[in-house]
Design a protein around this ligand. Structure first.
Ligand SMILES: [Zn+2]
Ligand SMILES: [Zn+2]
Length: 379
């Protein structure tokens, strides 16, 4: 596998029956020949996926990590770096749909992924789930609905991630707030306009200074190593069933695209610590207790950090509308959809006009009703 560009048909991806190209078929979890439909199982591997010690890695034990050379093509528009399928001469970027110049392909040495989750939802099913999701959106442009009806508009891309484990110890100082009730005199005005004073209960907070330590253990905190996709949409299609990770095998990539990581392990750790911080703050608040909590200082030390590089399956749709690209992501394991969505200005305008018409009709109706009541009373 070393030094083999992923865009060539390798021997083990040739059909044993007709030598045609074998493609990974998510619905079967097998390789299937494009020409004669012969099915070939991917031999299971009993290797357990090892985490890598972060400190050792940072202190240059690089040699221990297997590298893989991939042929990638850079998108001039959005900067994505993706591998491409064998025997293609023209291709669009899965992230922004602009056309890619395959002559610009370059070789890159990357850390080989430890594991991956194979696609289990095939394109047809992903498309159906995408359409269903779009059906729940208000004011989606018709162009988008038509676009989503076309087959082949989804690209299956293995997206690079880092996962981190860490043990944390945090020291905090803060305030614990306890509710108490006092009674206050208030002046109230009754229906007849007379004022009187009455005693009412008022809840107040008494604050006490607190400090303490919180220890947590984190397992498989996911950080997307791609900078092409907006983080919020990538995180919105979680969770992934990480316990099902398969040891890396390039056969799963056959027929799919893979993006190379742009964020390195160190940068990824920064993101992971931010994600962990959210949980740490929740734990600190629980530790502070009381009715209200304030965190004033918080310092966290991380111990025994380990990481691994994995690939996760995402169906991506890049829809161009009014010169802007809207991306939709579909979890290749669960079908969960997220995306930035365009709004149809025309549909919103029509809805506003319809709303005004209804309002106008209601006002008209009430006026007639009021007038008729008045008329009735006069009689
Ligand atoms: Zn075949
Ligand atoms: Zn692009």
């Amino acid at each position: 596998m070393e030094n083999q560009p992923t865009n060539a048909i390798t021997d083990d991806l040739a059909c044993p029956n007709c030598s045609g190209p074998l493609r990974f078929e998510p619905s079967k979890n097998k390789l299937v020949c494009e020409y004669c439909q012969t099915e070939v199982a991917i031999e299971g591997s009993k290797i357990t996926i090892q985490e890598i010690d972060y400190d050792q890695y940072i202190n240059h034990v690089f040699e221990q990590e297997e590298e893989v050379t991939v042929t990638v093509v850079d998108c001039q528009t959005c900067g994505a770096e993706t591998t491409f399928p064998p025997n293609v001469s023209a291709m669009n970027c899965p992230f922004c749909s602009s056309s890619l110049v395959l002559q610009n392909a370059t070789q890159r040495k990357l850390m080989q992924p430890k594991g991956l989750l194979p696609f289990s939802i095939e394109q047809k099913k992903a498309l159906a789930m995408f359409q269903q999701w779009l059906g729940t959106l208000w004011f989606a442009p018709n162009d988008l609905l038509n676009y989503a009806r076309q087959e082949g508009k989804l690209a299956g891309v293995y997206i690079p991630y880092w996962t981190y484990d860490s043990q944390t110890q945090s020291h905090y100082t803060g305030m614990r707030g306890i509710n108490y009730v006092t009674y206050e005199q208030q002046t109230v005005r009754d229906a007849n306009g007379n004022t009187r004073t009455q005693t009412v209960p008022v809840t107040k907070i008494r604050w006490y200074p607190v400090s303490g330590n919180v220890r947590l253990a984190f397992d498989d905190i996911l950080v997307v190593a791609s900078t092409t996709l907006p983080n919020e949409y990538v995180y919105a299609i979680e969770p992934f069933d990480l316990p099902e990770l398969a040891p890396f095998n390039p056969k799963y990539l056959s027929g799919f695209r893979a993006e190379s990581y742009q964020k390195n392990v160190k940068e990824g750790l920064g993101d992971a610590k931010l994600r962990m911080d959210t949980f740490i703050r929740q734990a600190v608040n629980r530790d502070i207790g009381g009715d209200h909590q304030q965190i004033i200082t918080l310092t966290t030390d991380h111990y025994n950090i380990t990481f691994k590089h994995i690939l996760l399956p995402i169906w991506i749709s890049a829809f161009r509308y009014n010169n802007k690209v809207y991306r939709f992501l579909i979890n290749g394991r669960t079908g969960k959809v997220s995306g930035e969505r365009p709004y149809s200005v025309i549909k919103i305008a029509l809805a506003v006009i319809l709303g005004l018409l209804i309002l106008g009709a209601l006002i008209y109706f009430f006026e007639i009703r009021n007038n008729s009541q008045y008329y009735f009373r006069v009689q």
